[in-house]
Ligand binder design. Structure first.
Ligand code: AR6
Length: 164
């Protein structure tokens, strides 16, 4: 089973094999962590993303990491929160599952996740974190290291409580 870490800070700087992006279905960039990843990885990333022709909500697609320390970026498309009865939990779980599958496919042994959907997309932070933790505990068996990278202390505390 993977060692699981809660890290406070900027995911673009994590020295792991792969980082996960919280993208939108166009995969053509945006704000939040997506904007930060595109800025840090460089313009080659947008060119690579164009060739992917988008991605459905609840899934993810891979590109190289370009100028990032990470070798790969898995661009996951989380659901927009509409109150929770529109399939949001299953779609969010799908993001984590597909990223763990991509990690296996690409031979990534260390993987860093942001709190997908909990910013601009409005997913309640506690509920999103419990799905993230559940899916990594269930599907992270072949990983060496999984990080939950939190931009703020309050989010990190939520993960720490869940992992106790
Ligand atoms: N490192 C780690 N976490 C970060 C960083 C960073 N550099 N920057 C923000 N976060 P969000 P979403 C946290 O809004 O809700 C974009 O426009 C942030 O505090 O980035 O999935 C996309 O193109 C929050 O906890 O993603 C989509 O259109 C978490 O990352 C849309 O936003 C996710 O917040 C996706 O919205």
């Amino acid at each position: 089973m993977a060692e699981i870490f809660v890290v406070e800070g900027d995911i673009t700087q994590r020295p792991v094999d792969a980082i996960v992006n919280a993208a939108n279905s166009s995969l053509l960039g945006g704000g939040g962590v997506d904007g930060a990843i595109h800025r840090a990885a460089g313009p080659e990333l947008l060119e690579a993303c164009r060739k992917l022709h988008g991605c459905p909500t609840g899934s993810a697609k891979a590109t190289p990491g370009f100028r990032l320390p990470a070798k790969w970026i898995f661009h996951a498309v989380g659901p927009v929160w509409h109150g929770g009865a529109s399939g949001e939990p299953e779609l969010l779980a799908g993001c984590y599952r597909v990223c763990l599958q991509l990690a296996q496919e690409f031979g990534a042994r260390s993987l860093a996740f942001p709190a997908i959907s909990t910013g601009i997309y409005g997913y309640p932070k506690e509920e999103a974190a419990s799905i993230a933790v559940r899916e990594v505990l269930a599907g992270g068996g072949s990983m060496e290291r999984v990080e939950f990278v939190c931009f703020d202390r309050a989010t990190a505390e939520i993960y720490r409580k869940l992992l106790k």
